[in-house]
Design a protein around this ligand. Structure first.
Ligand SMILES: [Zn+2]
Length: 111
């Protein structure tokens, strides 16, 4: 069995309905996973542009939540939902040794 990635037509259906900011296709809080996948593809070479675009949408979502009184607005939650996931995965770097971290010289290796 092979896994086929969803095509652009399927992903394009996952748009936000305002002022609830839920996906019109799957009803998940927007951006839902398919919407994130589409956005990652569209902005594959422009991480900063994606973050700026989503920042504008996050502000719109917060303004809508405050306007319609849909509950408390937690800025950290909105940030994680709209922007936090856009950060590229950092390459795993090896952790520095204690000597490297403190600047101490390491003991000489025994012959
Ligand atoms: Zn969706």
């Amino acid at each position: 069995m092979s896994v086929v990635a969803p095509g652009p037509d399927v992903l394009a259906r996952h748009l936000a309905i305002r002022p609830a900011w839920r996906c019109r296709a799957c009803a998940a809080p927007w951006p839902c996973p398919p919407a994130k996948l589409r956005l990652r593809r569209e902005y594959a070479h422009d991480h900063a542009g994606l973050a700026v675009y989503l920042c504008v949408l996050m502000h719109d979502a917060i303004a809508d939540a405050l306007r319609v009184g849909s509950g408390e607005v937690d800025p950290a939650e909105y940030f994680a939902r709209f922007i936090g996931w856009t950060r590229p995965w950092p390459a795993r770097a090896p952790r520095p040794t204690r000597a490297e971290a403190t600047g101490a010289s390491s003991p000489r290796p025994r012959p």
